[in-house]
Design a protein around this ligand. Structure first.
Ligand code: MG
Length: 313
């Protein structure tokens, strides 16, 4: 029995789970292919709205993971659903401080993205690797005009091929400080994105697994939507961070290919366990979707070979 056997649907984060920058993470393509062969649903969800679902599908295809745009949920989808919820109508103009991929998504929904600072019904800030000083100035001008101010996410960083890049949160902080206003952040860890991805997967929440690399968004977002979650160590979270996790996952995996690893008899019992070889631990108290209390002990992660902490197998 593998950990993957327990689920019908998988919601994979992209940055730090499937790829780092332009490089596919080893084993990710084979894992997705194998899960699909087993009849499982795989949906991708990302807080990064800098590209459209179609552009992400092309990137996945380049990495030998053929995927329909409909199987990709970005924080851009949640931005749109929020803008509609607060009353924006087709044809309304939205000042966009973001990369072009998000503009494409807004246009597809009938909203009008613009860089103008007047006559706009909302301001949206998201990640943009080509951000300029002028972009921040214009967004802050719009924010001061008291229109609804929405941010795709508040991620501090993104994992790139050569290390961490400043994330949307860093850009958002600049606009917030310059304008003196706070944005409504709609991406993970808010539950909407996970719910949207769950709808696309069409699987039961308890039979669906979120796989993400960032505790404060992926793990917290899955928890708030009531979906089991595995934290993978191929992105922003390192093994050395595990002792101080504030958001505890149900499983910790070195990478997503461990979803396919055969577990020991004990490991495949009802109690979730960390299946990575060097990371095995009994996960008593880490069952399913139960609520964690603030101040809970962090995941008890043991080093392989620690005599005081014998391995399960
Ligand atoms: Mg990520």
């Amino acid at each position: 029995m593998t950990l993957g056997d327990r689920f019908d649907g998988f919601l994979f984060d992209l940055d730090g789970v499937v790829w780092r920058g332009e490089e596919v993470i080893p084993g990710a393509a084979q894992t997705v292919a194998r899960l699909r062969e087993q009849g499982k649903r795989v949906v991708f969800l990302t807080n990064n709205a800098s590209r459209s679902p179609r552009q992400y599908a092309v990137k996945l295809m380049r990495m030998l993971i053929p995927t329909q745009p409909a199987d990709i949920v970005t924080s851009g989808h949640v931005v749109i659903s929020h803008l509609r919820k607060i009353g924006l109508k087709t044809g309304d103009r939205v000042h966009l401080c973001a990369a072009p991929g998000l503009a494409q998504l807004l246009r597809g929904d009938g909203l009008v993205p613009t860089s103008h600072t007047t006559g706009v019904q909302a301001l949206v800030v998201a990640w943009n690797p080509k951000l300029t000083f002028e972009d921040i100035r214009r967004a802050a001008d719009v924010a001061r005009a008291d229109v609804p101010f929405v941010a795709a996410n508040n991620d501090a960083t993104y994992p790139g091929e050569d290390g961490l890049l400043p994330g949307s949160g860093a850009i958002l902080a600049a606009v917030e400080v310059a304008s003196g206003r706070k944005a409504t952040v709609v991406g993970k860890p808010k539950p909407e994105m996970v719910r949207l991805a769950l709808e696309r997967a069409g699987t039961e929440p308890s039979r669906t697994l979120v796989c993400g690399d960032r505790p404060e968004t992926d793990v917290a977002g899955a928890r708030s939507a009531g979906v089991p979650v595995a934290l993978v160590l191929t992105g922003v979270t390192l093994e050395s961070d595990l002792a101080s996790l504030t958001e505890r996952p149900d499983w910790i995996l070195r990478d997503v290919s461990e979803l396919l690893a055969e577990q020991t008899a004990e490991a495949s019992s009802a109690d979730p366990v960390v299946v990575a070889d060097g990371l095995r631990r009994p996960a008593s108290g880490a069952e399913g979707n139960d609520e964690r209390e603030a101040g809970d002990e962090p995941a008890d992660v043991r080093e392989k070979g620690d005599a005081s902490a014998p391995e399960l197998s």
